[in-house]
Design a protein. Structure first.
Length: 434
């Protein structure tokens, strides 16, 4: 029998000659799990097809944006209409105002929003604004949280609390990260010590409320409460990086999830991305008026972008927000995500595989561990070899999850109960083989 040539492999070889690692974002390269990345040919609903014509149930959804699934008709129509009116003007449009008004309606902790083109840009700009508005330099971030690849945020913990972080990337001089303090997620005691030491010099504390870049780890309610109290006490801005959580875990985003347990809770600043662009390059950051008025052209904090508030991207984002605002959307999505997580737990239990999982809205995570981790070191206790077997077992059977154990998963409105059931059945087969 002659083997059909593997087009994914051929494309990967070709790509590696001209693009570093063959990819335009590192985790796509399958470096953690081994094997050949799937080159996507097209996608529709809950599925995509690779270069060999193989179909996969997609639990990545472009790492979060595709909350409606691929090619939702209302979104496609909005984008097509927008394209015919023009791609980019470098002048303001009504649609930008409409999108920002819609974001503010759904996330009322902000009074004003600035649109940008990527989550990285939004987080980087939020830090600059926090520094400009407070006149302070230092910032706190947490190990395992990702806020894009701005220099000051590519930092891991240093040797002690009194010291500052070490850059996690070559090309970031130590002077650039000297103001970044990296703490353990969910560690209240460490947080308090850091504020005692540095609180009066802190511009902001930035956190992923439900961390999705160390798989899926919730900031505990007491931890978020303490973050809020300390920021208020010391005059630092509490920045929620909701690039992943925003419009994904709830219509009001993660801050609304925490406000359920902490009535009146609000962050000072919010960073958005992913879902608000519906798959187009669009992100945002916003805060109360007094903070946002520090931004150019009103204030002294410079920030700009040729493609910011792009008319096609804003059309895509608006159509997406319109769909997810429909009554019952998040209830249905949460139910489906819950069914997936419960199904996977049941399948693992039936095969005697240590397993735990959690979800909120359309975002989930699972671990080959018996207890949900609370911080990055605990996440990294997952048996990587076993995770890779699970990943490839699922992939071979047409289920596409993130190719690294420290990434979250995403369910879209297009995933049917049958897709979920099929995924659980496939997972059980793979668990049996582990
Ligand atoms: C994806 C992500 C970013 C970076 O967004 P990009 O659009 O990839 O630059 C920042 N913060 C969080 C929490 C993210 O998940």
């Amino acid at each position: 029998m002659t083997q059909t040539p593997d087009r994914n492999l051929a494309l990967f070889e070709r790509a590696k000659h001209v693009i570093p690692g063959g990819v335009n974002s590192p985790v796509r390269a399958f470096k953690a799990v081994g094997g050949t990345p799937r080159f996507v040919q097209r996608a529709q609903g809950a599925y995509f097809w690779d270069a060999n014509g193989q179909r996969y149930i997609d639990y990545i959804g472009s790492w979060g944006p595709m909350i409606l699934g691929h090619g939702h008709p209302a979104v496609v129509k909005a984008v097509q209409d927008a394209v015919l009116e023009g791609f980019s003007f470098g002048a303001p449009t009504e649609r930008e105002v409409e999108l920002v008004e819609e974001i503010l309606r759904l996330v009322p902790s902000m009074d004003m929003v600035r649109l940008v083109s990527s989550g990285t840009e939004a987080a980087m700009s939020a830090i600059r604004l926090a520094r400009g508005a407070t006149g302070r330099s230092k910032l706190i971030k947490f190990e395992g949280c990702y806020h894009g690849h701005a220099d000051a945020l590519l930092v891991k913990a240093g040797s002690g609390l009194a010291t500052f972080g070490n850059a996690t990337s070559a090309g970031v001089p130590p002077e650039v990260v000297q103001h970044t303090i990296v703490l353990e997620y969910n560690n209240i005691e460490q947080l308090e010590q850091a504020f005692v030491l540095h609180g009066k010099e802190l511009a902001c504390l930035m956190i992923e409320p439900i961390a999705g870049n160390m798989n899926f780890v919730r900031a505990s309610v007491p931890f978020v409460k303490r973050c809020r109290e300390l920021c208020t006490q010391y005059g630092a801005l509490l920045v929620f990086d909701e690039v992943m959580n925003g419009f994904r875990v709830a219509l009001g985003s993660a801050q609304s999830v925490y406000a359920r347990a902490l009535p009146g809770f609000e962050p000072d600043m919010t960073v958005m991305g992913k879902v608000i662009g519906g798959g187009m390059p669009l992100a945002a950051f916003g805060a109360k008026r007094a903070v946002m008025e520090h931004l150019a052209p009103l204030g002294a904090v410079y920030q700009a972008g040729t493609l910011s508030g792009n008319p096609v991207a804003t059309a895509c984002g608006l159509a997406t927000l319109h769909e997810i605002s429909k009554p019952g959307f998040f209830e249905a999505l949460s139910r489906k995500t819950g069914a997936l997580v419960d199904g996977l737990k049941g399948a693992a239990a039936a095969e005697g595989v240590p397993f735990c999982a959690d979800s909120e809205g359309g975002m989930f995570g699972f671990f080959l561990l018996s207890e949900l981790p609370q911080n990055y070191p605990q996440v990294m206790k997952t048996d990587g070899k076993r995770f890779n077997q699970l990943f490839h077992g699922l992939l071979d059977r047409g289920v596409y999850i993130a190719p690294a154990l420290y990434e979250a998963g995403f369910v879209s409105a297009a995933h049917s109960d049958e897709d979920i059931a099929a995924t659980v059945a496939v997972a059980r087969e793979v668990f049996k083989s582990l």
